[in-house]
Design a protein around this ligand. Structure first.
Ligand code: SF4
Ligand code: SF4
Length: 112
C-alpha cells in the first residue's frame, strides 16, 4: 500500500506534508504535489498534516486514478523536501470540486 495525493491538493499546495515525510517521497508539479508510491513507507504522518485533506491511503475505494497519477508524475517531477510559500490564492481553491478537470497541469514544479 501507499498514500496518494488527490486533486484536493491542486492549486492549494500548502506543503505541510513535505516537512513531516521521513523518506522525502514528495515530488512537485506546477500546481500540486504527488507521492512516489514505491518510496512511501506508509507511515501515515502526512495525512493529518494536509489542510486540504488531499492525502489518502490507497486502501480506500476509488483511488486508482490518483495512484496512477502519483506513480506517473513522481517519476517526472523534481523531489521536494522542505516547505515553500503556498500560492497567495490557495484558500480560494480549497474545497472546490472538479479541480483535476479544471486546473491540473502536467508541468513540473521547481523542487528543492
Ligand atoms: S499539504 Fe496537502 S495541499 Fe499541501 S501540498 Fe501537501 S498534499 Fe498538497
Ligand atoms: S505516508 Fe509517510 S512515507 Fe508516505 S508520503 Fe506520507 S509521510 Fe511520506
Amino acid at each position: 500500500m501507499t498514500y496518494v495525493v488527490t486533486d484536493a491538493c491542486i492549486r492549494c499546495k500548502y506543503m505541510d506534508c513535505v516537512e513531516v515525510c521521513p523518506v522525502d517521497c514528495f515530488y512537485e508539479g506546477e500546481n500540486m504535489l504527488v507521492i512516489n508510491p514505491s518510496e512511501c513507507i506508509d507511515c501515515g504522518v502526512c495525512e493529518p498534516e494536509c489542510p486540504a485533506e488531499a492525502i489518502l491511503p490507497d486502501t480506500e475505494n476509488g483511488l486508482e486514478q490518483w495512484l496512477e497519477l502519483n506513480a506517473k508524475y513522481s517519476a517526472e517531477w523534481p523531489n521536494l523536501t522542505s516547505k515553500k510559500d503556498s500560492p497567495a490564492d490557495a484558500d480560494d481553491f480549497k474545497d472546490q470540486e472538479g479541480k483535476f478537470e479544471k486546473y491540473f497541469s502536467p508541468e513540473p514544479g521547481e523542487g528543492d
